[in-house]
Design a protein around this ligand. Structure first.
Ligand code: C2E
Ligand code: CA
Ligand code: CA
Length: 640
């Protein structure tokens, strides 16, 4: 910041604020000048020559009126910075000229004294008063334009006071001293006022800039520079449903997590930036391309004819993302799955379309990734059905309606029953029999799954307490069970209070739980292990198989997904995978369980590969609790 001085600050905000302040005061300033001038001209009319009392004042007043009208007309005009600079300069020049004119005119009139009998004040007195009040008013009204205000003081006061001193009359000398003191005071006030004014304007500007920056940060995604989730929803809620039309596209990257895990977050961020750029490039003008979070993007398309164009556009988004991304000297491959909802005049709110697109995305992911799914009436039906099941499940008496079945795991060496997996069945009083493949994923969407898992564990342990000694129990856990420490504590308490040794209890978890919250999941698993329970990785091979997870979790058991077992005897690739997984289990000290063993041939092939245990229809379908004890017969001889 510059120190106080004659020159005005060149700061843009200050210039604009100065001209704004002056704009409002200019008409009043000119009005006061006119009144003061007319008053002196009238009182000196008879004593001084016409040139001084009529022509000069008339010319000055004409000039002032022109300026006054000009400012009056422009009082609502917003000046550009260039105009503001020009006008501030002009104000300084005109202010100085007015000062000179005032001084010269006052000095020219001073010798023409009036007949004191006509009033109590002499002509000299009126001129002094005129100079005094005019200078004070000018300085007061020009206060914001420091240079102009100070110029008037400096141009008028010292010469005028010099003139008064020169008269050598006591009254004039006293007035001159008075005037000098007052002017000195005004000089100081102007300088400090302007400094404070500048500071205030700059602070205001800084504040405006900060709040602008803040607003941007709150609406922009820091990684990609795209609008963020908040901004996307603001745009979405802003669309007028019945105007030109709109569509919501939600895209989720396929394989991004692996890139992040393998190469780290810096590379991951580079990929997100590149993908963001590609999506923005493909999106037509007027669309809003946003990053919702993680590897999820949303695009709000606007315009007519989207029924035809939006699906093609989605294909172009997918194609753009399928091109390998070069980042940090690496080339990485990701894909894009897309859910699309096109607004029709169906009375659905913008947010409904977001949810529909999100549902369609879920289906796109389920049906094989790298594709677009358009939200359809069939989806609408499925959503309704899901919500009906969810509502019914919420109200259900789980203790009564959930029934447990148990499927054995057979030792590959001797055919003995090692344990049973607890599989839930829901006999809904309202909806009838619902498959676990339907109600488990629905329960997993909310905390409903936690209550369900507790019920399952309680029931299964209650049944297992009756089984022959040494027969184990396997219970499935969901992500939400492992990401809630409260739930883990409840589960541990249920195990402790069951009378079944914790060493006989195994919790099955799928690889998908490693998608988020690895630390939380790890500490839950550590707590269960500390209690004495075992951990099995379920459906191995279909999720995010990562050797680092296996290393971190040190599972006791790995269950090879049944999709590898089905074609084991006909597909050498699948057989190779199974062989590798069994070897992996041997290397990390885990038992291998083959799921979905349906034929003797499969069992024999698996045994030859060194698989530890079998589970599947060939040995037994899931059994009712009454049949378990009779099934868990003593070990048969190893058939190999
Ligand atoms: P899962 O954990 O992979 O359970 C094995 C599923 O495979 C069971 O289906 C079982 O009946 C089926 N299965 C067993 N052997 C064979 C076979 O030889 N061939 C074929 N094709 N299928 C076989 P289910 O009981 O319908 O359960 C389906 C899924 O539901 C389970 O898959 C599990 O993910 C989930 N689930 C079941 N009960 C529970 C539970 O209590 N809690 C949780 N979180 N999930 C459960
Ligand atoms: Ca399981
Ligand atoms: Ca399984």
């Amino acid at each position: 910041m510059r120190g106080p001085g004659l020159a005005d600050s060149g700061h843009d905000d200050v210039l604009l604020a100065q001209i704004e302040a002056f704009k409002r005061r200019a008409p009043l300033l000119y009005f006061i000048l006119i009144v003061n001038t007319v008053a002196v001209a009238v009182t000196h009319f008879s004593a001084a020559p016409r040139a001084l009392t009529v022509y000069v004042p008339a010319a000055v007043i004409a000039l002032i009126v022109v300026r006054m009208v000009r400012w009056q007309l422009r009082r609502h005009v917003q000046f550009s910075i260039e105009e503001a600079r020009r006008n501030v300069r002009l104000t300084i020049v005109l202010g100085s000229l007015i000062g000179v004119a005032l001084l010269v005119w006052a000095l020219a009139l001073y010798p023409y004294d009036l007949d004191t009998a006509k009033g109590f004040l002499t002509g000299h007195g009126h001129v002094v008063l005129f100079v005094g009040i005019t200078v004070v008013s000018c300085v007061f009204l020009l206060m914001h334009v420091r240079a102009a205000a100070l110029a008037i003081i400096l141009i008028v006061v010292p010469p005028f006071c010099g003139y008064l001193f020169a008269t050598a009359r006591l009254v004039e000398i006293a007035i001159a001293i008075n005037l000098l003191l007052v002017s000195g005071g005004m000089f100081y006030v102007v300088v400090t006022f302007c400094r404070d004014f500048e500071q205030m304007v700059r602070a205001k500007g800084e504040l405006a800039r900060l709040s602008q920056q803040n607003a941007e940060l709150a609406n922009i995604d820091a990684v990609t520079g795209l609008p963020n989730r908040r901004r996307f929803f603001a745009e979405l809620y802003g669309v007028v449903t019945d105007s030109t039309g709109f569509a919501v596209v939600i895209g989720d990257l396929d394989g991004f997590k692996q890139v992040n895990d393998l190469y780290g977050h810096v590379t991951g961020d580079g990929v997100l930036k590149e993908i963001a750029g590609r999506l923005a490039l493909v999106a037509p003008a007027g669309s809003c391309v946003a990053r919702l979070g993680g590897d999820e993007f949303a695009i709000l398309l606007r315009g007519a004819g989207l029924q035809d164009t939006a699906p093609q556009l989605c294909q172009r988004f997918i194609a753009a993302c399928a091109v390998p991304v070069a980042v940090d000297h690496l080339t990485v491959h990701v894909g894009l799955s897309v859910g699309l909802s096109i607004a029709a005049r169906d009375g659905n709110k913008p947010h409904d379309h977001y949810e529909r697109a999100d549902y369609a995305l879920f289906r796109a992911k389920q049906n094989g990734r790298g594709r677009v799914e358009l939200f359809s009436p069939a989806h609408e039906q499925a959503v309704r059905q899901t919500s009906r099941i969810e509502q019914t499940l919420k109200r259900a008496d789980l203790d009564r309606e959930i029934v447990m079945l148990y499927q054995p795991m057979i030792d590959a060496c001797n055919g003995a029953v090692i344990s049973f997996e607890a599989l839930a069945r829901w006999h809904s009083a309202e909806l009838g029999e619902i498959s676990p493949n339907v109600f488990i994923p629905i329960a997993e969407r909310s905390e409903l799954i936690n209550a369900l898992t507790r019920t399952v564990l309680r029931k299964a342990l209650h049944d297992a307490a009756q089984w022959p000694a040494g027969v184990g129990l396997k219970v499935n856990l969901s992500v939400r069970d492992l990401t809630s420490s409260e739930q883990i504590l409840s589960l541990m308490n249920i195990v402790r209070g069951s009378g079944v040794p914790a060493a006989l209890v195994t919790f099955e978890i799928t690889e998908s739980i490693f998608a988020d919250n690895l630390n939380l999941v790890q500490s839950s698993i550590a707590a269960l292990k500390a209690l004495g329970c075992s951990i099995a990785i379920d459906d191995f091979g279909v999720g995010y198989s990562s050797l680092s997870y296996i290393h971190h979790l040190a599972p006791d058991i790995i269950k090879i997904d049944r999709c590898f077992i089905a074609d084991l005897c006909t597909d050498p690739v699948k057989a190779g995978i199974v062989k590798t997984v069994i070897e992996l289990c041997q290397n990390v000290g885990a038992r291998s369980v083959a799921e979905g063993v349906e034929t003797l041939e499969q069992a024999e092939a698996l045994r030859a590969l060194g698989c530890s245990e079998f589970q599947g229809y060939f040995f037994s379908r899931p059994l009712a609790k009454e049949s378990v004890t009779s099934f868990a017969v003593p070990a048969q001889a190893c058939a190999v």
